[in-house]
Design a protein around this ligand. Structure first.
Ligand code: HEM
Length: 183
């Protein structure tokens, strides 16, 4: 069975070393030196770390067929050997965002903010995975995960800079920027 539920455990040891951690919006989370992403099936219940967040790989909400086909054609999976750097960015969006209708949210994300169009330019250099947390009552709505080679670190920063200036990001009310290096 494929794993769809993952735990992200912040602790004093783990698979990824935390190279920096900063709170961009909302309440901070406790500083940790390491992070491990574990499929729930492999989770040892007693190992909860200093903190842990749970996320689920879910169906697409906004992506249209043409975009989906393009993404599938160019994106690469997590776990590449060359991807020695990573980022874990938990995000929460405001109640105003969630009170909008699906088509209004899609319009803000794509017509106005060009999220996918912008992101697509950074593929396949940046490998990514989106985990949903809102529906399971977690502190964040999304846990976003990225992996890339050191030569693409600057491009990744540029992508974040572009996305954070968009109308979509004006609905983000909690965001923690955690950068990682594979141990
Ligand atoms: C690397 C290039 C990227 C591509 C190609 C990309 C593409 C996408 C796509 C297609 C979706 C919509 C999924 C759906 O249909 O439900 C999405 C959602 C999302 N992406 Fe990105 N993305 C990229 C980078 C980023 C970055 C750097 C962030 C910042 C942390 C980010 C944060 C999110 C979030 C939070 C969502 C969920 C938004 C919501 O449902 O309200 N993405 N992304």
């Amino acid at each position: 069975m494929t794993n769809t539920i993952f735990d992200f455990i912040g602790d004093n040891s783990g698979e990824w070393e935390v190279t920096s951690m900063s709170t961009l919006k909302g309440n901070p989370i406790e500083m940790v030196s390491h992070l491990t992403k574990v499929p729930q099936s492999d989770l040892i219940q007693s190992e909860t770390g200093i903190w842990s967040f749970k996320g689920i790989i879910s169906n697409l909400r906004y992506t249209e067929k043409e975009e989906k086909d393009k993404l599938t054609a160019i994106q690469e999976d997590l776990g590449r050997k060359s991807s020695t750097l990573g980022a874990f960015i938990p995000i929460r969006k405001s109640e105003t965002w969630w009170s909008l209708a699906q088509d209004e949210r899609r319009k803000i994300m794509e017509s106005k903010s060009e999220h996918t169009q912008t992101g697509m330019k950074y593929l396949p250099a940046i490998a990514r995975k989106l985990f949903h947390s809102r529906d399971i009552g977690e502190a964040f709505d999304f846990l976003t995960w990225f992996e890339y080679a050191p030569t693409d670190a600057e491009a990744f920063d540029e992508l974040l800079h572009t996305l954070r200036k968009t109308e979509e990001w004006s609905y983000v009310n909690r965001e923690i920027n955690i950068r990682l290096k594979k141990v």
